[in-house]
Design a protein around this ligand. Structure first.
Ligand code: ADP
Ligand code: MG
Length: 743
């Protein structure tokens, strides 16, 4: 005699509910062998289902001993029973427990995937099983469209696909008409040849013909247990050795579940679109605020606070060469370079005796706006004025300013330099707020150099060695400055006759003079000779200058010598970037190429406000994430309520909690990814102006790659948390409890 595959010894099952103990069955002694086709009958409530559930490992027992293949099971954990169910038990239920949204094929495939079968092995076997239960025509039909009898045949095929030694069927024909019922029983008997089949039915007559044994229950006890006919004993009961579901199969099921119920998919997608939109717009609006705050500060050092500006110096302290500039221009985000950086932070007055404008200066080569009034400059003393539409002067005085002879104020004397008149020939309006420092005149390189030298002189310490004695330009002897004059020959100087008292015999012509220059970046000196002296009377004929009082004390030298002193390569320049969003990467490229950098917005004294916004942004984002998490969790919980049945089903089929949870996570991650992708498409459409939604443009303008990645990670993390929380809830109860509630 072969040993029993299942043996119950004095096993009892009690139910405790609300303090009352009910008996499911008590002190049962039963043995089941392979090859048997057992039919259990008995009136309702007699304990048939309870017995099947205990045998299936779906429910616990309280008393006695149950042996599986000779092994006692009192020490079994939930995981052991999960494993047992996978290896031994194929269940067929009265209510089928199929996945209604799957096709016949997919339902049968499901169990094979869960048990680790390979895709190439699956197809043939599934189709063969579908033929066995005579449903080939319906293989691609959704189960929800089938009749009861057909559904039960799918359930049988599924139980067979699992290929377990034991098949347990609880009233499999309860919902079927008698013709279908007969077919089902016949099918079960055909497959039972080498298995143990235990079937509960109300209708003994249907089964009589096939059953090998009959057990009749009454009030939790066995009333009758009799062998009806001999059966072919199966010698070796080899349990199935299952592999775990493969990663790919989990992905496949996750993707299938994402799309297989379209309304559900759309609802979940809507939730994720909502989260994505809320999160990204909130984040972008903070970035906008942070940005606006960061450029609205001021500092005491630089007049030009353009957010595109980076001040650079060479790390080795040398001056910039042409090679430096051409290398810097090759950096992708660099728009243009202002070689003489000091110019940017200098204000120039432009006007005549009636009124003047205070503006910044830039080279005409850097002008890239459009001219709204007038034309482009055609010669060296013609300039373009650019300023805000909202600026009073530029708006209402434009006609008056145009084509009029104007003068630049000499930075040294504070007087208008009437020797070099300039003309505004074009006006360009900008969209800026109309702070006065937004006004810029674009000038020729000739004017620019002039101004640069003036500035260089202003920022330099000049000394004159005269008759063995140093005179400093800053302490007053004769508050001198150096002025270039083309008419003077190289090596010569003209000085004021007021300086004659410094010389022997009060006569300076022919004396030696040394001019020393010393500034932040370089020192130099020139040896010269006094050629002439000037006074109020001869000034105009000698130098062509009328305003003697304005310039008296100046030391006039040749243009060549002047250039020697002041026309130096720059030591500090400014780079302007095209795209402020990428300014930090431009800065790191500059640093890598050997330049020290200062980003102008970092030099503003509003860093506290920016820091406060940053902290606030982080806090609000975190709160928003938490709130969105709970909102979406509860909405998704409602939408996915129907998923309970699905997960109960796959756990019946042998999926562990872990596997079930992973399949759910994959499903929700899919939804999150699709939502994020759709949102991306939405942004791209806005970017190319196919559609035009205001907040999308804020997002496009202020979000960088890093921000998109950060928010993507937050989104994925959120959907991961949602699915684990949801999984925790639906898997909290044992599979059995969920099954009973759902069915
Ligand atoms: P059958 O399947 O033969 O109709 P069951 O096995 O479902 O009978 O029930 C056997 C006994 O156990 C009945 O008295 C029933 O009331 C009781 N019972 C079944 N399930 C529960 C439960 N979850 N809680 C309490 N009592 C239960
Ligand atoms: Mg029952």
């Amino acid at each position: 005699m072969e040993k029993s595959i299942i043996k119950l010894k004095n096993v009892s099952k009690f139910y405790y509910s609300k303090g009352v103990i009910a008996s499911g069955f008590s002190r049962l002694n039963l043995e089941f062998k392979m090859g048997e086709f057992v039919v259990i009958t008995g009136e309702s409530g007699s304990g048939k289902s309870t017995l099947l559930n205990v045998i299936s490992g779906l429910d616990s027992y309280e008393e006695g001993e149950m042996y599986i293949n000779g092994e006692e099971t009192s020490h079994y954990t939930e995981a052991d029973f999960e494993d047992y169910r996978r290896r031994y038990i194929g269940n067929i239920f009265q209510s089928f427990n199929l996945v209604n949204s799957y096709t016949v094929y997919q339902n049968i495939e499901l169990v094979m995937l869960l048990n680790g079968a390979k895709k190439k092995d699956i197809k043939e076997k599934v189709l063969e099983l579908i033929r066995t239960v005579d449903l080939y025509k319906f293989r691609n039909t959704k189960v929800s469209k089938l009749s009861g009898g057909q559904k039960q045949r799918v359930a049988i095929a599924r139980a067979l696909a699992k290929d377990t030694p034991i098949i347990i069927a609880d009233e499999p024909t309860g919902n079927l008409d008698s013709r279908s019922a007969k077919g089902i029983i016949k099918l079960l008997s055909e497959i039972s040849k080498d298995k143990l089949v235990i079937i509960v039915t109300h209708n003994y007559e249907q089964v009589e013909e096939y059953a090998t044994r009959k057990i009749k229950m009454h009030d939790g006890k066995v009333l009758e247990d009799k062998e009806l006919k001999k059966y072919k004993e199966v010698s070796n009961t080899e349990e199935n050795d299952y592999k775990n579901i493969s990663f790919l199969s989990k992905i496949r099921l996750g993707i299938r579940n994402t799309f297989n119920i379209i309304p559900k998919f759309l609802l979940v997608l809507l939730v994720y679109l909502f989260i994505t939109t809320a999160l990204i717009s909130e984040y972008a609006s903070f970035k906008e605020e942070e940005h606006l705050e960061s450029i609205s500060g001021y500092n005491g050092f630089f007049l030009n606070n353009d957010e595109e500006r980076i001040i650079i110096k060479k790390k080795d302290g040398t001056s910039f060469s042409d090679e430096d500039y051409s290398n810097i221009e090759k950096i992708s985000n660099v728009d243009y370079i202002i070689k003489d950086d000091l110019l940017l932070d200098t204000q120039i007055d432009l006007g005549d005796d009636n009124y003047y404008l205070t503006t910044r200066v830039n080279s005409i080569d850097n002008f890239n706006g459009k001219i709204d009034m007038g034309r482009k400059p055609e010669n060296d003393n013609e300039v373009i004025l650019s300023g805000s539409k909202n600026d009073y002067y530029i708006r209402y005085m434009a006609d008056e300013l145009m084509d009029r002879e104007l003068y630049l104020r000499d930075m040294y004397t504070g007087e208008l330099d009437k020797s070099t008149p300039v003309k505004i020939v074009g006006i360009s309006y900008t969209d800026s707020n109309g702070y006065y420092m937004d006004d810029v005149i674009y000038v020729s390189d000739g004017i620019l150099n002039n101004l640069t030298y003036q500035i260089n002189q202003m920022y330099s310490n000049l000394k004159v060695l005269f008759q063995g004695k140093y005179y400093d330009s800053s302490n007053y002897v004769n508050n001198f400055r150096i002025v270039p004059k083309r008419s003077i020959s190289e090596g010569m100087v003209y000085i004021s006759s007021d300086m004659n008292y410094l010389c022997k015999n009060e006569y300076c012509i022919g004396s030696d003079i040394v001019i020393d220059i010393d500034n932040l970046y370089y020192k130099d000196s020139l040896n010269l000779k006094v050629e002439k002296t000037y006074n109020k009377k001869n000034m105009e004929s000698l130098l062509g200058i009328k305003d003697f009082d304005g310039i008296n004390g100046a030391i006039f030298i040749s243009s060549t010598d002047y250039n020697k002193l002041f026309n130096r390569n720059s030591y500090q320049s400014s780079v302007f970037v095209k795209n402020v969003k990428d300014i930090d990467s431009t800065i790191s490229k500059l640093n890598d190429s050997g330049y020290t950098t200062l980003k102008l917005t970092d030099a503003l004294v509003n860093s506290e406000a920016v820091a406060a916004i940053r902290i606030f942004k982080t806090i609000v984002t975190v709160i928003l994430v938490v709130v969105l998490f709970f909102i979406s969790y509860f909405v998704i919980k409602v939408i996915l309520k129907s998923r309970n049945i699905y997960f109960t089903t796959i756990r019946m089929l042998g999926a562990t909690k872990k596997v079930s949870r992973e399949i759910l996570i994959i499903e929700l991650l899919n939804d999150a990814n699709i939502a994020y992708l759709l949102f991306g498409v939405f942004l791209v459409l806005n970017y190319f102006n196919v559609i035009n939604v205001g907040f999308a443009h804020t997002i496009i303008e202020y979000m960088g790659v890093k921000d998109y990645i950060l928010l993507y990670i937050i989104l994925l993390f959120m959907s991961y948390l949602i699915s684990t929380k949801f999984a925790k809830k639906i898997f909290k109860d044992s599979a059995m409890k969920t099954l009973k509630e759902e069915v």
